[in-house]
Design a protein around this ligand. Structure first.
Ligand code: SF4
Length: 338
């Protein structure tokens, strides 16, 4: 069976070209067709000879495929559904003035079981391969308008570390990839500490940590990852890291009514983050049917934000997007659980 060329980095393209006995410059030509011109078939690679295209076609396909379904929100947000080898996944296009962000998935389902998240409730169905992650980006109908990519869709990116890192390599490589600045890409994680520290050494992309509660025992109630990788240990590691050179560190904090939105929590959050150059994104929660878990109201969200801002932590309240099509934070879950 032919394997996809999409997702191959410079080393892999050079080696497959060599294995097929093609001229070495074919690797660069292929990367320009796949990532620069976003072709869908090898036949479109018109500066590669017919004979060499046939040779490539015996072993490879480009590997691009369009979304199977899309849903458009009244606020302009668009949710796309793609099928992959492990099941269906979703990505979300979020236009905002002169910016447009694509939120991509890294796994089919998730192993982390955060109790407030629809993806977590699907269970885990498989890792996305590099081509499956990149396909969400390259096959977005509005690719040309994209300004930012966030790994905040289905799955925990640090639990599919190698494929996510290879994707970032292709996205940021100017010669054998898309040539994007790493400052346009944010990878979000619940905080798998060893992988986060590895990521900080191996990538220059922005980092976002899903924090949600500054108290370990309370965080563990809704985020089982806390038991294996306590947030305080992660913060200690982050404090020792140099976040200059424009790399951004942010914390995602979803506000839940009575659970993490009190002054006690805000004060503990300030203490936890006081030595870090970071910002906090406060997120309004969208209920996924568990009546016990409710989001904070707007007044409480503003009070929480004011407390942080008045105590030296930059905090913003995220606008909710795509709620009517279940595309907002924590709502991504596909029906066909293969
Ligand atoms: S919030 Fe993220 S890490 Fe937690 S279950 Fe959902 S997708 Fe997984």
């Amino acid at each position: 069976m032919e394997s996809p060329l999409l997702g191959k980095n410079s080393t892999e393209l050079k080696s497959l070209v060599e294995d097929l006995g093609l001229p070495s410059f074919t690797a660069k030509q292929l990367s320009q067709w796949i990532y620069g011109k976003r072709v869908k078939t090898i036949d479109e690679c018109s500066n590669i000879s017919n004979k060499n295209r046939e040779l490539l076609k015996q072993n490879y396909i480009i590997g691009r495929h369009e979304a199977e379904k899309q849903a458009v929100s009244k606020d302009g947000t668009i949710k796309y559904l793609y099928s992959t080898k492990s099941g269906a996944i979703e990505s979300v296009y979020i236009p905002d003035g002169d910016r447009a962000t694509l939120c991509v998935s890294s796994q089919v389902g998730c192993k982390m079981h955060c109790s407030f998240c629809a993806t977590g409730q699907m269970g885990f169905h498989g890792q996305l391969t590099t081509d499956e992650i990149l396909n969400q980006i390259l096959s977005t109908p509005r690719f040309d308008t994209l300004t930012n990519i966030v790994f905040m869709g289905m799955g925990e990116p640090m639990d599919n570390y190698d494929n996510v890192l290879r994707t970032l390599d292709v996205m940021t490589n100017p010669d054998y990839g898309l040539g994007w600045s790493p400052r346009r890409i944010t990878v979000s994680t619940v905080g798998i500490t060893p992988k986060v520290t590895q990521f900080l050494k191996e990538s220059e992309c922005h980092l976002a940590i899903s924090l949600h509660n500054p108290f370990s025992a309370e965080r563990a109630e809704r985020m089982p990852v806390e038991k294996a990788y306590p947030i305080h240990d992660l913060i200690e590691q982050l404090t020792a890291f140099d976040f200059s050179h424009q790399r951004r560190l942010s914390f995602e904090y979803t506000l839940f009514d009575g659970w993490n939105d009190t002054t006690r929590h805000a004060a503990a959050l300030v203490r936890l983050l006081k030595n870090l150059d970071c910002r906090v994104n406060l997120i309004r929660y969208h209920s996924i049917g568990d009546a016990k878990i409710k989001g904070s109201n707007q007044d409480r969200a503003v009070m929480f934000q004011d407390y942080l801002n008045n105590h030296g932590i930059t905090a913003t309240i995220r606008k909710s997007r795509g709620e009517d099509i279940s595309a907002a934070c924590g709502l991504l879950a596909t029906q066909n659980k293969e």
